[in-house]
Structures are given as C-alpha cells and as structure tokens.
Ligand binder design. Structure first.
Ligand SMILES: Nc1nc2c(c(=O)[nH]1)N[C@H]1C(S)=C(S)[C@@H](COP(=O)(O)O)O[C@H]1N2
Ligand SMILES: [Mo]
Length: 281
C-alpha cells in the first residue's frame, strides 16, 4: 500500500498554492507581459465567496479542497465518480499563457497549468448522442459563504458545445504560476476557455455531464439579454450596458482594443463559420 501511495502525484490533493514539479513549460506562450501573480490572486470574480473583487482572496482562504471528486455522467461510456487525480494523472500537465477577458471589460495574461480538456473528454468516451458538455461548481453554502445569498442561482453552471470543449485551446486547469490553483482562482480544478468571456471559465468543478441539448448556464439564466450561451469575446457586439470595443489590462493605465475571439480567431473562428455571431452572442 505504501508503494501505491508513493506513486501518487502528491500535489493535487496536498492543498492550494503548492509548487508543481512536473509540467511541460511554455507549451503555448504569448508575446505580452504577464499580469503579476499578486493581481491575479487578489482581484477575482468568484461569487461563491462574495461579489467584491477582493472577497474571494479573503473568504476562500480556508476553503478545503482535499479529496476532490468529480462526477461524470450522461452520454458517455465511462460515467462515475472520479478523484481529481484519477481524471488528470494520465496526462501531462502543460503550461499555457493565455489572455483572460472578463465581460466587465478588464483583462489579464495568466500562465495556467492544466491538461487539454480534449484529452479528458476522449478518455471518458462520449457517445454519438453527446452534443454539449455541462459543468457544475460545488454547491456547499457552509464552505462557500456567498451561496447563502441568492445573487445567482446555485450551483454555478456552465456549458460548451462538444466541439468547443474539445478544441485544443480549452484547458482543464489545475494551477497557475507553477503552483496548484489558489482557492480564489477556482481550486482545485476549473475551465479556461481563452476566446470566451471569463464567466464561461467555471471554477471549482464537481460535475461533468455529456448531454444532447444545450444546457442551462448560470449567467444566461440570470440575464439572457446580457449574457448569451456562446459569449465569445467580440468587440463588435456591445453588452447592452457598455461597449466591448476596448478593455483595461490590469496594471495598465490606458485601455487597449479588444481582439475578436480575444485574439484566438485562427484557432477557433472555424467553429462558428455558419453562425450569425450577433444573434448567437
Ligand atoms: N463558479 C464560478 N466560476 C467563475 C465565476 C464565479 O463567480 N463562480 N466567475 C467567472 C468570472 S466572471 C471570471 S472573469 C473568471 C475570473 O477568474 P479569476 O478570478 O481566476 O481571474 O472566473 C469565472 N468563473
Ligand atoms: Mo468575468
């Protein structure tokens, strides 16, 4: 038994913000300055821990993510309850530097650590009926005090079309800046979908479901006119209450132009060839 224990990758269950030893460095990089780690871990959106930008860092401090489980269900050949390690361990952890563009018109550049979601999905063997993938965040008001208020309908839910979920850019992230995921950034495991507004990148995931119909998503339910299912970064489609043409990179003084698909058009524009991106916002 001791032998088996030693073979386990110790970092995933050992608590947040520990150094990760084995990962492939710089698999995807950017010729833009990285946002300082202090900003990325102190300016957050994570409504489960409060709606203020500094609430998550403060109120998620003692969030315990040991023995994290993910329930996989729906249209796939390998449903079941998995430990995070069992799901992720078969694959090499990659470092990828991506832009993150929040729908609120600020942005960051973050060096994530994670596994392509595509690899995980392949291992779960979706059936031919699977057209979408639905994700849920943990729902536990005792551990997530923000859930005692009904600012959103809990648990936080997100979804992607299967071809978006298996696009090589979509990352199941387990860390950043060479360490495991800080609690306030979505420990121990979250999505990162760099060409979509930040709210699609759901944190602290406890379930993955393969489904036939487009799943309900939290922000879309909360305000369908303001937050669409697709929510691709698009400077040509304004939010009903503000422009999306520009963004403030955290740390900068002047605003910069927002790029179509957040600058990832080469990799993802083909996914939307037949779609009206104004109607399918
Ligand atoms: N479960 C959950 N996931 C979430 C959110 C949230 O409130 N709850 N906020 C989203 C929003 S609006 C953004 S911009 C990003 C912020 O990620 P960061 O705090 O790591 O920068 O997380 C997204 N994922
Ligand atoms: Mo956001």
């Amino acid at each position: 038994m001791i032998g088996t224990t030693l073979l386990l990758n110790p970092w995933l269950t050992a608590g947040a913000s520990l150094r990760i030893g084995d990962y492939r460095k710089n698999v995807i990089t950017l010729d833009e300055e990285m946002t300082p780690e202090d900003d990325v871990t102190r300016y957050n959106n994570f409504y489960e821990f409060g709606t203020g930008k500094t609430d998550p860092a403060r109120y998620a401090k003692d969030f315990n993510t040991d023995d994290w489980k993910i329930t996989v269900g729906g249209e796939c050949e390998k449903p079941g309850e998995y430990s995070l390690e069992d799901l992720v361990r078969p694959f090499e952890i990659e470092e990828r530097v991506y832009r993150l563009r929040c729908v609120e018109a600020w942005s960051m550049v973050i060096p994530w650590l994670g596994v392509p979601l595509e690899s995980i999905i392949k291992s779960l063997q979706p059936t031919s009926k699977a057209k979408y993938v639905a994700f849920k965040t943990l729902h536990d008001p005792l551990r997530m005090p923000g859930q005692n208020r009904s600012v959103l309908r809990w648990p936080y839910r997100e979804g992607l079309r299967l071809d978006e979920a298996t696009n090589p850019l979509t990352l199941l992230a387990v860390g950043m800046y060479g360490k495991t995921m800080p609690n306030q950034n979505g420990a121990p495991v979250r999505l990162v979908i760099p060409w979509k507004y930040g709210f699609k990148s759901i944190k602290s995931i406890v379930s993955i479901d393969f489904v036939e119909q487009q799943p309900e998503t939290t922000w879309n339910i909360s305000n369908p006119r303001e937050y669409g299912f697709y929510s691709n970064v698009n400077p040509a489609v304004d939010h009903p209450r503000w422009s999306q043409k520009k963004e403030r990179r955290i740390g900068d003084i002047f605003k910069r132009k927002t790029l179509m698909f957040n600058g990832y058009g080469e990799e993802v524009a083909h996914l939307y060839n037949d779609m009206d991106l104004r109607a399918n916002y």
